[in-house]
Design a protein around this ligand. Structure first.
Ligand SMILES: [Zn+2]
Length: 194
């Protein structure tokens, strides 16, 4: 099966809810994880220039604390994902770094988002065992982005009001700045509550 990815997008209110903790023994958890990984791959097949680095369950409309993260972020040919249940930030460290982020649930828009350089994460694997991850670079950024999803937070929230932080992909796959006043400021898909 490779149907169209069922990723939900802004302004769907399920993206703005706090998700509930899961148990590794919950009956629906393996099914949700499978669906998440399949959706990552389906989405990527629809987007020539982009790679699905990770996904959070609310992006498929499940408000449960599950994320999947790609094992090798730099390789579109390796579609192996690791599932993390109830991931928690133990601490963040290091300088604040700015880098580009996109989100399957915020179509066509990219942002230059500030994040701490390093993060320590605790989570559960599918078999119920505990893992601790010391992440930096793109992995730290990705994990923080996905854990935000479980709390109803999107990357755009970190750069709201920043006139020079929003970008889009052009038809060659390059990021070009978006006009804040025209495309972002009063965009009801992004900020339905304003
Ligand atoms: Zn996202």
């Amino acid at each position: 099966m490779s149907n169209k990815s069922a990723v939900i997008t802004t302004p769907d209110p399920r993206l703005r809810k706090k998700s509930a903790k899961v148990r590794a023994t919950d009956e629906d958890v393996p099914k949700i994880i499978k669906e998440m990984i399949e959706s990552c791959i389906a989405w990527e097949n629809e987007h020539e220039f982009e790679l699905s680095a990770a996904m959070a369950a609310p992006q498929l409309g499940y408000n449960k604390r599950i994320i999947v993260v790609r094992e090798d972020m730099g390789n579109k040919d390796n579609a192996t994902f690791v599932a993390l249940l109830n991931p928690e930030i133990i601490k963040t460290e290091g300088k604040t770094l700015y880098d580009y982020e996109g989100c399957l649930s915020v179509p066509t828009i990219y942002g230059k988002v500030p994040r701490p350089a390093k993060a320590r994460i605790k989570a559960m694997l599918e078999d119920g065992s505990e893992v601790r991850i010391k992440a930096d670079g793109f992995l730290a950024r990705t994990l923080l982005h996905e854990i935000d999803h479980l709390n109803g937070i999107l990357f755009i929230d970190h750069i709201k009001g920043e006139r020079d932080a929003f970008y889009q992909l052009d038809d060659k796959g390059d990021l070009i700045p978006l006009d804040y006043d025209k495309n972002i400021k009063d965009n009801k898909d992004l900020w339905p509550e304003d």
